[in-house]
Design a protein around this ligand. Sequence first.
Ligand SMILES: Cc1cc2nc3c(=O)[nH]c(=O)nc-3n(C[C@H](O)[C@H](O)[C@H](O)COP(=O)(O)O)c2cc1C
Length: 218
Amino acid sequence: MDIDGLSALVAARYRRTMEFAEVIRRRRMVRHYTDQPLTQEVIDRVLASALRAPSAGFSQGWAFLVLTEPADRARFWPLIPTRVEQTPAMQDAPLVVVPLAHKQAYLDRYAEPDKGWEDRAEARWPAPYWYIDTGMAALMMLLTAVDEGLGACFFGIAPENLAGFHAEFAVPAEYAPIGAITVGYRAPDLPPQPDRVAQRRRPATDVFHHGQWDGARS
Ligand SMILES: Cc1cc2nc3c(=O)[nH]c(=O)nc-3n(C[C@H](O)[C@H](O)[C@H](O)COP(=O)(O)O)c2cc1C
């Protein structure tokens, strides 16, 4: 191993990481970034975390368009006009990832002998696992960004912009973007964002139903 490889290994081993609870506590959507670049190692760690996400039947029916080159990112933002209007500093993020859900991979996987849904009927699916899994992969990247001391944001791509997105990046029609993720070093919020962590979380008593829905066990 050469010296660069060795120092990368040492840096990876001894880099500071957060307690998991701290990662969860700190996670929030960050919409303002500096133009400070990310190292390739950091980008690789954020991306690699997506591959650790769970997937139904281990289908892994996802793909990710990764935009790191400024010229490629510049092709992306005109496709998201509302977002650019509302939070222009999003465009400074040095990394944009578009998670893509591949439904056909799930229909094919579940037609295999151990699953046996050979008719590939969509009605069999209790929920669209292709979106669920791709969303879980997205969350892995959001959490890894926090662990790396970065900010990240998941945001939607409006239906009217999807055709333009597919055409611009030659993404096959069967790969559906579930949104997009920006990752980068956080800049001060302008205007300040509400502290949703403190103010807006629904209380546990509203959300969790212990034992049964109305809490009155018979
Ligand atoms: C499926 C999904 C779609 C979202 N779409 C957008 C979006 O289009 N624009 C945006 O600014 N934020 C978007 N968000 C971020 C939410 O607004 C944000 O998660 C929520 O307000 C809670 O804030 P927090 O994540 O900072 O705690 C989206 C989040 C999810 C999970």
